[in-house]
Write a new protein. Structure first.
Lengths: 345, 197
């Protein structure tokens, strides 16, 4: 038995017992081959020292989200992705949260586009009673009933002085806006007054979390994120325009979720890729909200008395303000999670 | 005792909750395999999730008498072998022992070796992991399946879709390649290890 013959056998012999008698005898008599055997044993031990970690939290959620996205893509092709890209940035809309996000992201990374889309958000009207609580992921609770403290504008024949607490299906609400979302295009009807949304006079503190996650496929990650958001009962808004900082492509999505589901949603979003950064903050926007609301109500009154050629312009501005107020209203008492998906070039 | 065959049957009938139960049952084992192959968590997660997605898509073709774990293994390994090399940092020499405890105590605990022996062993194991990350994927796969997953030659053959004889020869070449790479790394660090040429 020569050394090079034994060394060849040693590559497959995983114990001394696996050696043939002549191989074992050579091993006993040859220091060189004993060292080779010892080395192969140490190499095996080294390989076995590589850990086998457990799957991270929410792994199965990520799998099911990927399956949903794959199924949707299979059924509808890529067209549904194009829907999001048709929305344009509402230049006049500056979300306080987004403003905080921009400042935050400027300090840690690239410029972030305005998140709001001109697609009306899926928000129930402010006067609906809140949805019942549930321990399982469910819809975001809508704001509470109308408070008698709201100040309806004067001169608006369609708005009651003291609007009663509405029933969801009540027909006695001529002053309240229809359940469908505010009109996207301003309607310049000669004598049609514009209905006014009413908002509660309450303290408004916004809790927000910004996540920055590096991914390999932006479109897939965005689809997964929206699925994950739906799973945890979050209302999700997608970014309207992707952007880049010269080094990577970026997509931004925003979710509003019940506080008790927030950490689970954040955890699930964080594992869509490599979590680069997480920042949490709280902002009291009560003053800003009340100023905007006062301006909005005043502008509605002016609009109803303005000549027709000016009403279109005023309606356009009112749409923006309504959207702003409704987004703030939805965010109050919930957690806003802004997800920045980053794909390096 | 979970009846995996029943879950698979339900999943094949379109029950997604049953499939999610399957994911929960196998996720740790599959994630561990993917981590050991890819060497980092980002790729491991991507790989493992994609393996489950592909398993889901091919469920209709899965024969219920087969072992679902082996089926998943096969998908994951072949997926990994067929994907392009990623740019993520793979296991590096400086990585500590990646346990939940994090560090050397994993090796120190339960043995009476001197601290310097423990450090030497940790350094050697680190070189082995580095060498593993540098091997060709075919060699890495067979080493992971044999040394870490402790699969038999027949199971490895079924996973890789090759003959058991081919498994042995590939394993032999893989170990030789690992030994040579570790030797090169040791030389670079100025270490002389017994048995190194």
């Amino acid at each position: 038995m020569r050394c090079n013959q034994l060394k060849k056998s040693l590559r497959l012999a995983e114990s001394r017992e696996a050696l043939r008698p002549e191989e074992a005898a050579h091993l006993d008599s040859c220091e060189n081959c004993r060292q080779e055997y010892e080395l192969m044993r140490r190499l095996s031990a080294g390989l076995r020292s590589v850990p086998s970690p457990q799957a991270p939290a929410y792994f199965s959620v990520g799998v099911m989200a990927r399956i949903s996205a794959a199924e949707r893509e299979r059924r509808f092709g890529h067209n549904w992705l194009g829907l999001w890209r048709r929305f344009t940035v509402a230049a006049a809309t500056v979300l306080l949260i987004a403003g905080g996000v921009f400042g935050l992201l400027r300090s840690i990374g690239p410029q972030v586009p305005i998140v709001a889309s001109d697609k009306p958000p899926e928000i129930t009207q402010p006067t609906k009673p809140p949805a019942s609580e549930s321990t399982t992921p469910g819809p975001v609770v809508s704001p509470g009933d109308v408070s008698p403290n709201t100040q309806p504008p004067s001169g608006g024949p369609a708005v009651n002085e003291n609007p009663p607490v509405p029933e969801p299906d009540s027909a006695e609400q001529p002053a309240m806006p229809p359940k469908e979302q505010p009109p996207e295009e301003p309607v310049a009807v000669a004598a049609a007054p514009r209905p006014t949304y009413a908002f509660l006079s309450i303290q408004r503190v916004l809790s927000s979390t910004v996540l920055r996650v590096e991914v390999k496929d932006l479109a897939a990650a965005k689809a997964q994120a929206l699925d994950v958001g739906r799973f945890w009962g979050a209302s999700g808004r997608t970014c309207v325009d992707s952007t880049s900082d010269g080094q990577s492509s970026i997509e931004v999505l925003q979710f509003v979720v019940r506080p008790e589901k927030a950490e689970e949603l954040i955890g699930a979003l964080g594992i869509l890729g490599t979590l680069l950064n997480r920042q949490d903050e709280q902002s009291d926007i009560t003053d800003d909200f009340n100023k905007t609301r006062a301006e909005y109500e005043s502008m509605v009154a002016s609009r109803n008395e303005a000549p027709e050629d000016l009403r279109t312009q005023i309606d356009s501005e009112l749409n923006v303000m309504e959207k702003q107020l409704m987004q703030w209203d939805e965010a109050t008492g919930n957690r806003t999670v802004t997800l920045c998906l980053v794909k390096p070039f | 005792m979970v009846d995996i065959r029943a879950l698979v049957a339900q999943a094949q009938d379109g029950d997604n909750e049953a499939f999610e139960q399957i994911v929960l049952l196998y996720q740790d084992r599959l994630y561990g395999l993917c981590y050991r192959m890819s060497g980092n968590h980002a790729d491991a997660q991507d790989l493992a999730q994609e393996a489950f997605v592909r398993a889901y898509r091919a469920l209709k073709n899965f024969r219920r008498e087969a072992d679902f774990g082996t089926y998943l293994h096969r998908i994951a390994v072949n997926l990994w072998l067929s994907t392009k090399q990623r740019n993520h940092n793979e296991l590096s020499l400086d990585d500590p022992v990646l346990t939940e405890d994090g560090r050397l105590p994993r090796q120190v605990a339960g043995n009476s070796r001197r601290p310097e022996e423990v450090v030497e062993e940790a350094e050697f194991n680190s070189m082995v992991r580095e060498a593993l990350s540098r091997l060709a994927r075919e060699h890495r796969a067979v080493l992971v399946l044999r040394e870490m997953e402790a699969l038999s030659y027949e199971e490895i053959a079924a996973t890789l879709g090759i003959a058991p004889g081919t498994v042995k020869s590939r394993l032999s070449r893989a170990r030789e390649a690992l030994k040579k790479t570790v030797s090169q790394l040791a030389k670079k660090k100025g270490l002389a290890l017994p048995g190194m040429d």
